[in-house]
Design a protein around this ligand. Structure first.
Ligand SMILES: Cc1ncc(COP(=O)(O)O)c(C=O)c1O
Length: 449
């Protein structure tokens, strides 16, 4: 599969297919760390906009819905709405947050996964006022529970396509028994539902983090969905065929970005002729490279037996992906880069005396001084390690590190394990503003009786 590092948007302005960690301004990020303290998530809303536009340009005839589970912060939800994306929600909580961000029922799709009664009751309560919202059911049993509650609105049936794909077995959804009506039963569930509901769609999601390598599985899922759409077309008027999200992003610095146009083309070809609109619901692709996590070095432990351990104030409770999925995230030592850049400016000024000398990006110097390190968090767990054997520029206590591609499944998966309050979050719009306050120690006991 070919890749495209750069992709102009509809307005003809530059809209690169990936924003690498190296492209973030070290001085600006350090300034944010100083002002808002760490650990701190930083989300660049302009980059969220660019990602939305690239998706819409590639999937021009499709309905693009943002999977809120990747980042359900209000500023992000408002931004994707402004860009014209719908919102796909995995729980009543996400549905409530979509409405809090100003969404209308037409924009909201609730995908019920083994839904607790409380979720169904809450969403159906909403539906009484917002009758255009869509509920996606992934089991015949869920369809029955919706009927029992008097729901007769827009229903979509989630199908288990029997094939999955993804960056890790834990996010390979498609063939997992947990998700969706088994393919062999899908046609009968759809046709049985038509008398009691407005059956508007069918849905499947292959998995998360699909790269060029496992695109054939994604294509097979789409092909099966096209087949099902044609099979049920005599019984129901489908409005859409939703083939899920899962578009991967390059977490490693040398990994090429997905060629979105090629993926879109392959998706349309695999779907074939259907009398319904194609829908997609990407999450990660919209927000991953729009976010970085900032952390401060609090401990540097050197020994003869082990490589240097760099202790930081962010850990698996701040960013769970490395502990949960062995995920790779690029890391930069911003403080060394800004120190080097300042030193270079001073040297150049001394040489030229005009004070206008250009500073180079500190990357090269930083790399030449890099030592292999383990970066670990403050949680009392062996798995609380962001990376091992990673070259990092001369870490010292007080340095600020930036962790890349932290915008998706970062803050959303944060927890208070070890009684650690969750971090703060700043959005750049383009000026910085606090989007989420740092959780307080007092909040940890607030709910206790
Ligand atoms: C049903 C469904 N849709 C969309 C997504 C979004 O996936 P991604 O963030 O990889 O695009 C997920 C992720 O788990 C999902 O389960």
């Amino acid at each position: 599969m070919s890749t495209g590092e750069s992709h102009g948007d509809a307005a003809g302005t530059e809209n690169p297919a990936v924003r690498r960690l190296a492209a973030w301004d070290a001085g600006r990020l350090e300034g944010l760390a100083a002002e808002y303290e760490t650990p701190l998530y930083v989300m660049d809303l302009d980059r969220v906009r660019e990602n939305c536009r690239r998706l819409q340009a590639a999937f021009s005839a499709a309905d693009v819905r943002y999977a809120a589970k990747a980042h359900a912060g209000r500023a992000v939800l408002e931004t994707v709405r402004e860009e014209g994306l719908g919102i796909e929600c995995a729980s009543a909580g996400e549905v409530e947050r979509a409405f809090a961000a100003g969404a209308r029922g037409t924009e909201v799709q609730y995908t019920a996964v083994n839904p607790p009664d409380r979720d169904l009751d809450t969403v159906i309560e909403r539906w009484h006022d917002e009758s255009e919202l869509t509920i996606t059911a992934g089991a015949r049993d869920t369809v029955d529970r919706l009927r029992e509650r008097g729901f007769d609105g827009r229903l979509c049936v989630r199908v288990n396509p029997g094939v999955g794909a993804g960056h890790h077995e834990k996010v390979t959804t498609g063939g997992h028994a947990k998700f969706g009506v088994p393919y062999s039963q899908a046609e009968s569930v759809v046709t049985d539902a038509r008398d009691d509901f407005d059956v508007v769609g069918i849905h499947a999601h292959a998995g998360s983090g699909i790269s060029g390598d496992d695109l054939s599985a994604h294509r097979e899922v789409v092909r099966r969905m096209g087949e099902l759409a044609r099979a049920v077309s005599d019984h129901v008027d489908l409005e859409f065929v939703d083939v899920g999200g899962g578009f991967g992003v390059p977490y490693r610095e040398d990994e090429p970005p997905l060629d979105l146009d090629a993926v879109a083309r392959a998706t349309r070809e695999a779907l074939g002729e259907v009398d319904a609109q194609l829908a997609i619901e990407p999450g990660r692709y919209v927000v991953a490279d729009a976010g970085v996590l900032l952390a401060t070095v609090n401990t540097v432990k050197e020994s003869e037996e082990y490589e240097t351990v760099v202790g930081i104030d962010a850990g698996m409770t701040t960013l769970l992906r490395p502990a949960m999925y062995d995920a790779y995230h690029a890391i930069r030592n911003l403080s060394v880069e800004t120190d080097d850049a300042e030193a270079e400016t001073d040297d150049a000024e001394a040489e030229t005396g005009d004070g206008e000398a250009e500073t180079e990006n500190g990357d090269e110097d930083a790399d030449s001084d890099a030592i292999p390190v383990t970066v670990a968090g403050p949680i009392c767990e062996t798995s609380d390690v962001l990376c091992e054997h990673r070259p990092l520029a001369r870490p010292s206590r007080g340095d600020v590190l930036a962790v890349g591609n932290a915008g998706a499944y970062g803050y959303e998966m944060a927890s208070t394990y070890n009684s650690r309050p969750r971090p703060a979050e700043v959005v750049l719009d383009p000026e910085p503003r606090l989007a989420r306050r740092r959780e307080t120690l007092a909040a940890l006991t607030e709910l206790e009786e």
